[in-house]
Design a protein around this ligand. Structure first.
Ligand code: DAK
Length: 257
C-alpha cells in the first residue's frame, strides 16, 4: 500500500504529490517519508517536470510525524533510523517545491511545508509546532525555519507553548505566500506553479539555490554565490531565448537547455 499519490494531471511541467494517509491526518510515518523522498528524487530528474506541488487533503496537510511510530523509541533507535538523511534528501530537491496546505500542518507537517519553497494555504489552514506538548521539540528544522520565517518572538511562543496559528496570521507573519478559500487552494498552487513552469527551468533552479543561500551564509558569501549562478544562467540557451523573445516582442519558449 502506498501513502502518496503522484499525478501529472496538471501538465505541462507540473507534478502534484498528494500525501495519502487520510485517517491518520497524513501523519508522516517512515514509509510515507521514504515514498515522498523517492518520488521527489524521480521527479527532480524528469525533464517533463519543472515544478512540484506537495499537498494533503482538506482536513490535513500533515498532522506531524507519526507519534504512534515514535512513542516507544529510544535516542539510539532514532539515531539508527537516520530519518534525517530522508529529510535532507527531500530538502535537496532542486526544482521549485510548492506546498498546498489545507487544515493541519503541525510538527513535521509544518516542517515539511516550510521545507518547500513557497506555501499556498487555504483559509482553514493551521500551522503549529506542538511537539512540546508531547515532551519533545521540533526535529526536522522547525526551530530554524520557523524562526527565520516569522521572527524570534512568534517562533518562540509557538515552539514553547505549542499554539497553532491560523492562515491569516501565517500570511501576516510571512510564513505563507497566499491564502484562498478552501475550494481554491490547489488551483491557486497550480496557478503559481504554472507561472514558474513558464520560466527557464535552469534559471528557476539557479534562483532557488541562490535564495536558499541567504539563509545559510553571510551576505558576502551569498552575493558571491548569486554572482556565480548569474554567470551560469548566461551559459544556457534559455537565457538567449528569453532575451531574444523580449526584443522580438514574443513570448519565450524555454527548453531547459
Ligand atoms: N501521529 C499519529 N497519529 C495521529 C497524529 C500523529 N501526529 N495526528 C493525528 N493522528 C491520528 C489520531 O491518533 C487519530 O487516530 P485514531 O484515534 O482515529 O486511530 C486520527 O489521526 C484523527 O485524529 P484526532 O481524532 O486526534 O482528530 P482531532 O480532529 O480530534 O484532532 C489534531 C486533530 C491534529 C489536533 C490532533 O490529532 C493532534 O493533536 N495530533 C497530533 C499533533 C502533533 O502533536 N504533531 C506533532 C507530532 S511530533 C524528525 C522529523 C520530524 C519530527 C521528528 C523527528 N526526524 C527527522 C528525526 C516531527 C515530530 C512531530 O511532528
Amino acid at each position: 500500500m502506498s501513502f502518496i499519490n503522484v499525478t501529472a494531471e496538471y501538465q505541462p511541467y507540473i507534478a502534484l504529490i498528494e500525501l495519502n494517509r487520510p485517517k491518520e491526518l497524513n501523519a508522516l510515518n517512515l514509509q510515507l517519508m521514504a515514498e515522498l523522498r523517492d518520488a521527489l528524487q524521480q521527479l527532480d530528474q524528469d525533464t517533463q517536470v519543472r515544478v512540484i506541488i506537495i499537498t494533503g487533503n482538506e482536513r490535513a496537510f500533515a498532522a506531524g510525524a507519526d507519534i504512534k511510530q515514535m512513542a516507544g523509541k529510544t535516542a539510539i533507535d532514532m539515531l539508527n533510523l537516520d530519518q534525517f538523511s530522508t529529510w535532507d534528501q527531500i530538502r535537496k530537491t532542486r526544482k521549485p517545491l510548492i506546498a498546498a496546505v489545507s487544515g493541519y500542518a503541525l510538527g513535521g507537517g509544518c516542517e515539511l511545508a516550510m521545507t518547500c519553497d513557497m506555501i499556498v494555504a487555504s483559509e482553514t489552514a493551521q500551522f503549529g509546532q506542538p511537539e512540546i506538548k508531547i515532551g519533545v521539540i521540533p526535529g526536522a528544522g522547525g526551530t530554524q525555519r520557523l524562526t527565520r520565517a516569522v521572527g524570534k518572538a512568534r517562533a518562540m511562543e509557538m515552539v514553547l507553548t505549542g499554539k497553532f496559528i491560523n492562515a491569516g496570521e501565517a500570511l501576516r507573519y510571512g510564513l505563507v505566500n497566499k491564502v484562498v478559500p478552501v475550494e481554491l487552494y490547489r488551483e491557486e498552487a497550480v496557478k503559481l506553479a504554472r507561472q514558474i513552469a513558464g520560466m527557464s527551468p535552469i534559471a528557476a533552479k539557479l534562483g532557488k539555490e541562490a535564495v536558499n543561500r541567504a539563509f545559510e551564509t553571510h551576505l558576502d558569501e551569498g552575493l558571491h554565490f548569486e554572482r556565480k549562478n548569474f554567470y551560469l544562467a548566461f551559459a544556457s540557451e534559455d537565457q538567449q531565448e528569453g532575451m531574444q523573445a523580449f526584443i522580438d516582442k514574443r513570448p519565450p519558449n524555454y527548453q531547459g537547455k
